[in-house]
Design a protein around this ligand. Structure first.
Ligand code: HEC
Ligand code: HEC
Ligand code: HEC
Ligand code: HEC
Ligand code: HEC
Ligand code: HEC
Ligand code: HEC
Length: 499
């Protein structure tokens, strides 16, 4: 009740951008703008270091803000247009093609001072230029995104109006406040869970994050849990490797358990990026009973040790579990269960969270399926539930069930990509080729770099004897995905048949 009244007092309105705050909050603006968070994304507008490396049989070269790859007969190049990450650990890069954004397979690693393949490409023998950058990827690193509705990865130009985390991501829309007509959120003055939600929107990954069916979009002042259900492993396993989960680790510390709401991110960090005095932060609570081991030493060196960085991104460096002694991480136990991080979750949210983790943990597939079925039974128009359930049936070969669900999903959301693509496959199997191709063509308007979809269309055209169309489809597939061996082979086959 209290929180609701408090929140209702804030005017909504447009976000105006951090620059609008500068005239009245010059000192904070200046400090904040040089922090990592404020510089966590941006336009590549100055020369990049040149470099080249080989990975397997592929040679990569970065020069003049472009990268080029060559692997046997395949070659391609793209402009590195946007970066993600302020660069302390490393930087990822994005390129665009026809207004759609993709992640580059090359990243700059600060510790080594050189270019290498991007995280996730290490074991891929092929050069994949089709990694769609969806809004969910950008939302922690950039502000005021401009996604084009009904697409997966198309954006206005520029894709975000403010690079990095803007003032309003923590303070809420400032339009009315900047015009001196309304107060603005100060996270410190919020009730503890609403306060912590401000940082948790980006610093709490957990094992699964599920958008709730409230359709609420998170804004500072709200509880994150009204928009998002976050699940963690019940025993805390995986939260170190799981990287951006500083909040989860902190909650497991003895300090947090014993001091409750009093301890939060702001106990140690200046949110505006001013250098922190960590020792002082510890002594604020630990002055009466000095450390038995080394009361004069550097507290964090022993109690918040740094881990090793394995990739250029998403490594929680500093152990926020505030440990007594540095310990080796325990192996995950046989019993894997999810627990909600915030209490307010439903069976539906849990079912979707199990569906997410089951992708990497086959032993949880039965649990996920049973929960999805139970939840879907009482929510016949919940798109997320139906689509997940359809994919389970799809993988299990229960075609009739999957087909009916995909049709229902598309009726509820005609722009649903996975439903359109998979339904197309069922249609083709049933001889409805024209309907299938129409579904696939619509999927390509949402993301044109779906090689599998273009190949399906080409095969349908080929089988229908429309060789010129099949050839054109394959040429287009190779424009987006020049290293697709399947597309190249099929193209050779189509051309041979044309002769
Ligand atoms: C025209 C001057 C002006 C502009 C522009 C302005 N502020 Fe303020 N702000 C103030 C003044 C004056 C106060 C102190 C009185 C108050 O709380 O309204 C303040 C207070 C605040 C507070 C503390 C509120 C509290 O309850 O503790 C925050 C946070 C804040 N501003 C953020 C922002 C942000 C973010 C922007 C840009 C979107 C911004 N301000 C733009 C004048 C301004
Ligand atoms: C909109 C997303 C977002 C929100 C909200 C957010 N952070 Fe961050 N934070 C990031 C990202 C992204 C980085 C990594 C920045 C980079 O590229 O180096 C980061 C980095 C940091 C760092 C490392 C130092 C630095 O500036 O790079 C600290 C400390 C930090 N955040 C604390 C907080 C605290 C405390 C809050 C809440 C008051 C908060 N963050 C809210 C996204 C966010
Ligand atoms: C849920 C929020 C979140 C999402 C989504 C997210 N990041 Fe991050 N990212 C962070 C935070 C927070 C950090 C700071 C380091 C940390 O805490 O692990 C970070 C760090 C990074 C860094 C290292 C920054 C540096 O200064 O060294 C890179 C590179 C990066 N992210 C790229 C990406 C890319 C690419 C995507 C999309 C595929 C992405 N991130 C999605 C929150 C996020
Ligand atoms: C990462 C989240 C975050 C971002 C980004 C952020 N703030 Fe804050 N801000 C906070 C928090 C948390 C507090 C409360 C700090 C405290 O009192 O412990 C705060 C406090 C304030 C205050 C109250 C006065 C004060 O000195 O504490 C003002 C004014 C303010 N912020 C303005 C801004 C402006 C302007 C920007 C952008 C240039 C900005 N903030 C960016 C989290 C953020
Ligand atoms: C908001 C208050 C608060 C802050 C800030 C705080 N602690 Fe604690 N911490 C506690 C409380 C309360 C306990 C439990 C009682 C005790 O051992 O004193 C605790 C426990 C500990 C323990 C024992 C852990 C265990 O497993 O038994 C260590 C070590 C510790 N703190 C170190 C630190 C260090 C280092 C810092 C600074 C980086 C810090 N604390 C900051 C409140 C705090
Ligand atoms: C008890 C003190 C303390 C608290 C509370 C705390 N941090 Fe930290 N944090 C640290 C220390 C110490 C570092 C390492 C700083 C360094 O090496 O310069 C750090 C580093 C970070 C970094 C940089 C990446 C990394 O892992 O080194 C991020 C991001 C971060 N903290 C986010 C948070 C968030 C979000 C919260 C709240 C959930 C939080 N911290 C609460 C002490 C704290
Ligand atoms: C050289 C490493 C080192 C440094 C530096 C250090 N500690 Fe410790 N601290 C330890 C070890 C090891 C223990 C565990 C002692 C034991 O188990 O008997 C400990 C125990 C503690 C405890 C738990 C005490 C108890 O009775 O349970 C607290 C609280 C603590 N340290 C806080 C601090 C603070 C605050 C600082 C900085 C002023 C600090 N430590 C500096 C190594 C260190």
């Amino acid at each position: 009740m209290h929180v609701f009244l408090f929140f209702a007092a804030f005017a909504q309105g447009q976000e105006v951008g951090s620059r609008a705050c500068a005239p009245c909050h010059a000192a904070i603006y200046k400090t904040y703008m040089s922090s990592g968070m404020a510089r966590s994304a941006g336009l590549v507008d100055s020369p990049l270091p040149s470099g080249s490396f080989t990975r397997g049989s592929t040679e990569y070269r970065v020069e003049n803000r472009r990268f080029r790859f060559t692997r046997g007969d395949a070659a391609g190049e793209r402009s590195l247009e946007w970066f993600i990450g302020s660069g302390g650990l490393g930087r990822s890069y994005l390129f665009s093609q026809d207004g759609f954004l993709f992640q580059a397979p090359v990243s700059f690693y600060a510790s080594a001072g050189k270019w290498q393949v991007s995280p996730g490409y290490e074991t891929n023998p092929r050069v994949d230029l089709t990694r769609a950058v969806e809004p969910a990827c950008l939302q922690c690193h950039a502000s005021r995104l401009q996604p084009v509705a009904g697409t997966q990865n198309r954006y206005g130009s520029p894709p975000f109006l403010e690079p990095g985390v803007s003032c309003e991501r923590c303070h809420g829309s400032g339009q009315a406040h900047a015009a001196r007509r309304a107060p603005i959120v100060n996270p410190r003055k919020l009730a503890p869970e609403a306060r912590d939600s401000v940082c948790a929107q980006c610093h709490l990954t957990g094992a699964a994050r599920v958008a709730r069916d409230t359709r609420a979009a998170y804004r500072p002042g709200m509880l994150l849990s009204s928009a998002l259900a976050v699940f963690v492993w019940h025993d805390g396993s995986g939260s170190e490797a799981g990287a951006t989960s500083h909040y989860e680790r902190l909650n497991r510390s003895a300090c947090k358990k014993a001091s409750g709401d009093k301890l939060w991110c702001g106990s140690c960090h200046d949110p505006h990026g001013a250098p922190a005095n960590y020792r002082q932060a510890c002594l604020n609570c630990h002055s009466s009973k000095p450390c038995p081991q080394d009361p004069a030493g550097d507290c964090i060196a022993c109690h918040m040790p740094q881990g090793e960085s394995h990739t250029a991104e998403h490594v929680a460096f500093t152990d926020h579990g505030i440990v007594r002694r540095k310990q080796a991480p325990a192996p995950p136990p046989a019993d894997r269960r999810l627990a909600p991080f915030f209490a307010a979750v439903t069976d539906r949210d849990a079912a979707l969270a199990y569906a997410v983790v089951a992708q990497n943990e086959p032993s949880l597939r039965r649990t996920a399926l049973a929960q999805l079925e139970a939840a879907a039974a009482s929510a016949p128009s919940d798109i997320a539930l139906l689509a997940q359930l359809a994919q389970f049936y799809d993988r299990m070969g229960r075609e009739e069930h999957a087909l009916a669900l995909y049709e229902r999903v598309l009726k509820l959301d005609p722009a649903h990509n996975a439903a359109a693509v998979n339904l197309g496959i069922y249609k083709v199997k049933r001889g409805e080729t024209a309907a299938a191709v129409a579904l696939w063509q619509s999927a390509l308007t949402r993301n044109p770099a779906q090689t599998g979809v273009r190949l399906n269309i080409a095969v349908a055209q080929f089988q229908g004897g429309r060789l010129a169309e099949a050839e054109a489809s394959l040429i287009k597939a190779l424009e987006y995905d020049p290293d697709s061996e399947t597309a190249r082979n099929l193209l050779a086959e189509v051309r041979a048949a044309k002769r």
